[in-house]
Design a protein around this ligand. Structure first.
Ligand SMILES: [Zn+2]
Ligand SMILES: [Zn+2]
Length: 266
């Protein structure tokens, strides 16, 4: 079986580390992976103002070609040792579908494997990057009226992302569908949202998409669980949705993190 980590960031990430591509790749080889995908945060639509305090959510448009070219070079350099795929983590931002599709139409032919994720929620008049910090999450709670409201909004956007028309290069994998739980130990929801989660899984199944089985949450002190958690992963497996491991590494040593915990789901 192919051992694969398909959600990895890179030295291009403005909020990640400067660990080199080679450090990530060497780590992958050392840990026995046969395939990896670099999924850097794609540039946000130019008319969308990055709400993260440091405006460092994604790479800049001028970095897209260097990023693609660098991976192309590495694919060749390491071709006898490991399969390297080019991808992006594309943000789904409601109302910005057209610009997102334009980006995908332009660069899609160079991409092997990408992820569609939700990080930004419109809370009343304001866009919030909900996974940025407990403080930004708290602001989302204030604006929407409660913790459950933020969760519901998040699941609604994930569902919309799956249904969105983003053209022929739309990513086939849905990223961290329970990212709203990143600060759950500080802001626990009251509901279980099982109906919304089931709706998301059914929609993924119907579209023939894959689910990002993302272990980054285990490394977050206020979360300590996989996105999505094991109960949801069991449901997804029952539905025969392809589950794809992603460490969501933002530094080389995180590559492959907690793979043993999820390998039964692959
Ligand atoms: Zn990131
Ligand atoms: Zn993400």
């Amino acid at each position: 079986m192919e051992k694969r980590d398909a959600h990895i960031h890179s030295p291009f990430c403005p909020h990640g580390t400067k660990d080199s591509f080679e450090e990530y790749i060497e780590q992958a080889i050392k840990k026995g992976f046969s395939s990896i995908t670099f999924t850097e945060h794609a540039p946000l639509p130019s008319s969308f103002d990055d709400p993260a305090p440091l405006q460092d959510s994604a790479i800049k448009l001028e970095d897209v070609e260097p990023y693609i070219m660098e991976i192309k070079r590495l694919k060749e350099q390491y071709k006898n040792k490991i399969t390297i795929k080019t991808g992006f983590e594309i943000d789904y931002i409601a109302g910005f579908e057209e610009e997102t599709e334009e980006f995908l139409n332009k660069y899609g032919p160079h991409l092997d494997d990408s992820i569609l994720s939700v990080h930004f929620l419109q809370c009343q008049h304001k866009w919030i990057c909900i996974d940025y910090s407990p403080d930004t999450f708290a602001e989302a709670i204030r604006l929407t009226g409660g913790i459950d409201e933020v969760y519901q909004l998040y699941f609604d956007q994930v569902l919309k992302s799956i249904q969105a028309e983003l053209g022929p290069f739309k990513p086939k994998r849905v990223g961290h569908i329970t990212l709203a739980a990143k600060f759950k130990k500080k802001y626990p929801p009251f509901q279980s949202f099982s109906a919304s989660i089931m709706e998301i899984l059914r929609e993924i199944k119907e579209k023939g998409y894959e689910l990002d089985m993302n272990t980054a949450g285990l490394r977050k002190p206020l979360c300590r669980e996989i996105y999505p958690n094991l109960d949801i992963l069991k449901l997804a497996k029952q539905l025969e949705i392809p589950l794809v491991f992603g460490s969501d590494a933002h530094q080389a040593k995180e590559l492959g993190a907690d793979y043993p915990l999820i390998q039964d789901f692959i």
